[in-house]
Design a protein around this ligand. Structure first.
Ligand code: PMP
Length: 386
């Protein structure tokens, strides 16, 4: 599918680490080069026509993100990435939560949610409740003030019960923080219909550039900025300053202008193919891999169910995940091995680490077949390792 659009695919590698970061399309790369070659000025500053046109492009991406999630432009703030977005959202939680309140997370979260919520709870003497991913909904009650979880988890590829959690907000008065880093790759949630207080994602997993992310919220007007400086202010006086309205009060200093503009290109690219087509291609490949990998002796898959995901996580009995990844690398196949920034899940699986295959829209059946053949060649990698 559209492999010629991705210059990195000309290299000799087979890339199965798309959940870490996806390759960038030529359009995304060209957009960044075009910025530096042809209109390399700052946004919102000066009164020059070039500055205006760059500002327009930058704000154009905000409109694209808002359309993607069916929300208003003023509800979209650009950040450095999901991690940054979650930390900005957490500043609001910090300002309203009180000692004794409960924050609920699952044991399958990425550290971006897990550690950020854990540290918030330590600072504010809030109760940090960690429950099994499958039990998250059952553990929401009157004491719950925040539910923080993933749209889709980054190791086992499970989708949270987003609609259920959103519906429960009417009965129990909590804030819902959703980490969309892996989810946005598969679907664009309708945030006007769902009751989600904060939604975060990164551009680089969506075949877009590094260094840019998004935070959506309807609470921005009530939130105070956490980064101060130029561009986010309204009137600055000796002893007091007023700030611009959201989203601008959260975008202090010089922003990553070319990356924001290129994120718009990445969104256009995804929508031009369509989520449905991308998903059906990826889910087909995943199905093939699961069926074939199940036949390999000693290979233990942790998420072999036919879920709608691009992730397959596994280990080999008696072998370290890093050794397998090294062997695959010798065969020019790139996967991820480690704890995947999800230490609580590793504890649950009772493993220090796992190997994760994450498929992208440009992966092919041929590449999957090659992977299976290499995995089958156990003697081969024992040779390499020992
Ligand atoms: N949450 C999840 C579920 C992720 O997979 C990742 C990236 N591994 C992050 C958060 C963090 O994203 P970033 O590093 O782009 O901030």
């Amino acid at each position: 599918m559209n492999r010629e659009d991705f210059p990195m695919l000309e290299k000799e590698y087979i890339y199965f680490n798309n959940a870490s970061t996806a390759y960038k399309s030529k359009k995304v790369i060209d957009s960044i080069v075009d910025y530096y070659n042809n209109y390399s000025v700052n946004i919102n500053r000066g009164i020059d026509s070039l500055g205006y046109s760059v500002t327009e492009k930058y704000e154009g991406t905000r409109k694209k993100v808002a359309n993607l999630l069916n929300v208003k432009k003023s509800e979209i703030v650009f950040t450095r990435g999901t991690t940054d977005s979650i930390n900005l959202a957490t500043s609001y939680l910090e300002s309203i939560l009180e000692e004794g309140d409960e924050v609920l997370v699952s044991n399958e979260e990425h550290h971006a949610i897990f550690v950020t919520m854990q540290q918030l709870c330590i600072r504010k003497k809030i109760i940090f409740r960690v429950v099994d991913f499958e039990d998250l909904v059952n553990n929401i009650n009157e004491k719950t003030k925040v539910v923080a979880t993933s749209h889709i988890t980054n190791v086992l590829g499970k989708r949270s019960e987003i609609e259920k959690i959103s519906n429960m907000k009417e009965k129990f008065n909590f804030l819902f923080l959703l980490d969309g880093a892996q989810g946005i790759v598969h679907e664009n949630l309708d945030l006007e219909k769902l009751s989600i207080d904060f939604y975060a994602f990164s551009g680089h997993k969506l075949y877009g550039p590094m260094g840019v992310g998004v935070l959506y919220s309807k609470h921005f007007d009530k939130m105070s900025p956490i980064t101060f400086g130029g561009e986010m202010v309204d009137i600055v006086d000796t002893y007091e300053t007023t700030f611009k309205k959201a989203p601008y009060k959260f975008e202090a200093g010089t922003m990553m202008v070319p990356e924001v503009i290129a994120l718009g290109e990445a969104i256009d690219y995804i929508l031009s193919i369509g989520y449905e087509k991308i998903n059906s291609h990826i889910f087909e490949l995943r199905k093939y891999l699961i069926e074939e990998m199940k036949k390999i002796e000693g290979l233990n898959i942790y998420n072999e169910e036919q879920i709608k995901s691009n992730l397959i996580t596994f280990n080999f009995k008696g072998l370290h995940s890093h050794d397998i990844a090294t062997f695959l690398d010798k065969n020019k196949i790139i996967v991820r091995a480690g704890h995947h920034c999800a230490a609580p899940l590793m504890k649950k699986l009772n493993e220090p680490s796992t190997i994760r295959i994450s498929l992208g829209l440009y992966n092919t059946l041929d590449e999957c077949q090659k992977l299976v053949n290499v995995l089958k060649n156990k003697e081969g990698y024992l040779d390499v390792i020992f």
